[in-house]
Ligand binder design. Structure first.
Ligand code: HEC
Ligand code: HEC
Ligand code: HEC
Length: 286
């Protein structure tokens, strides 16, 4: 008797959970997260991006086999299928958690069809194998790339006392101070905020070199410096419209371009890496 109560209660709980999830399905995003052990195949845990490079090899091997099946080149087929076989099994060696996602039957089919010179079958089996590639990619490709390859700004500092995010807030204030000041014809205030922003940009430039070793991402670059000079000039002599245009151009060049790459991917990385507890999620009303 007790057991039947227990089972009924369990079923009720499960129904309630499914119900809650169903009601909120258009308000939450559910993503599959790759097992954390995949980090060992990425920098900085590994010297190279081993996982990604295995993937590039697989794509090349699939293409090579397709090319040589079409031209019926047995010697090259043998060579490339051996590589494909090795690298495909490597997925399961690197990530035992994902072994069950592999389609070993199709790999065996490709090998067998090559031996038996049934070239159409080779291509058919390749297409079948590709389904297993796509299926894992649908679940894990974007999340893995974002979590493990998006540049990380969490430890970045402008100097010992200023974090990147507080520097961002200061620069944002300066941009708006310029706008407010020229809209109210306070020239000196606008010029002084611009000169603070210029210093802030120079300081920010120091962190780009950590990753962009060549000078191509110099910050501020020549175009930004020229735009700042234009803005200064138009603050002194230009119309409100010209001032607005110059400030807008500066914000696109100096802020929006980097945000389009770095803030977007870093935000996504943070969202996906965040270990949110259910309690925390429930605290926020939907
Ligand atoms: C068990 C999961 C899994 C399987 C199976 C798998 N992949 Fe991947 N693949 C991934 C993940 C995860 C990524 C994302 C890696 C990254 O971007 O850092 C990826 C990325 C890739 C990329 C890079 C994508 C791009 O456009 O930048 C290629 C190419 C690729 N895989 C090819 C293949 C091929 C070909 C196969 C099948 C023969 C395959 N993969 C099977 C998990 C898998
Ligand atoms: C933590 C390392 C890192 C830092 C610091 C960094 N970047 Fe990047 N940046 C990258 C990587 C890696 C890419 C390549 C694209 C990607 O993977 O997101 C990139 C791409 C870019 C791009 C887009 C691609 C292109 O070539 O136009 C811009 C713009 C950019 N960075 C600007 C900057 C600026 C400006 C700074 C300094 C204020 C900076 N980055 C600091 C790593 C970094
Ligand atoms: C590295 C390239 C880069 C450049 C150049 C850049 N930003 Fe950012 N910005 C970031 C990143 C990364 C974040 C996210 C920081 C975080 O969430 O910790 C960010 C966040 C911000 C934020 C949000 C701060 C908050 O409270 O969440 C503001 C505002 C901002 N930036 C303003 C600016 C302005 C204004 C400029 C131009 C003068 C600028 N940024 C230039 C990368 C950049």
């Amino acid at each position: 008797m007790r057991w039947s109560y227990f089972i009924v209660i369990q079923c009720l709980i499960i129904f309630v959970m499914i119900g809650i999830f169903y009601i909120h399905q258009d308000k939450v995003i559910v993503l599959k997260k790759p097992p954390e052990s995949i980090s060992q195949w990425y920098k900085p845990q590994n010297k190279r991006q081993v996982w990604l490079h295995t993937m590039f090899k697989l794509r090349r091997e699939m293409l090579a086999i397709k090319i040589y099946a079409k031209t019926q080149n047995d010697e090259n087929l043998e060579k490339w299928v051996e590589k494909l076989n090795k690298d495909y099994y490597e997925i399961g060696e690197m990530m035992p958690e994902w072994k069950n996602k592999l389609d070993l039957i199709s790999v065996a089919d490709i090998q067998k069809s090559i031996k038996e010179q049934r070239y159409d079958e080779v291509i058919h089996a390749l297409d079948e194998l590709d389904k297993s590639c796509q299926s894992c990619h649908t679940d894990f490709r974007a999340t893995t790339a974002t979590i493990y390859r998006a540049p990380d700004f969490s430890e970045m500092k402008i100097d010992d006392s200023i974090t990147l995010i507080s520097h961002m807030r200061t620069m944002s204030k300066q941009v708006n101070q310029i706008k407010i000041a020229f809209a109210d014809s306070r020239l000196d205030a606008a010029l002084s905020a611009l000169s603070e922003l210029e210093k802030g940009m120079n300081n920010l430039g120091g962190i780009c070199i950590n990753c962009h070793k060549d000078a191509s991402k110099e910050f501020p670059n020549e175009e930004m410096i020229q735009t700042m000079a234009d803005l200064k000039q138009s603050l002194k002599t230009g119309s409100l419209k010209e001032q607005g245009k110059a400030l807008g151009t500066l914000a696109v060049l100096a802020c929006a371009e980097c945000h389009g790459t770095h803030r977007l991917t870093y935000d996504a990385k943070k969202l996906l890496s965040n270990k949110k507890s259910w309690g925390e999620l429930l605290k926020h009303s939907f």
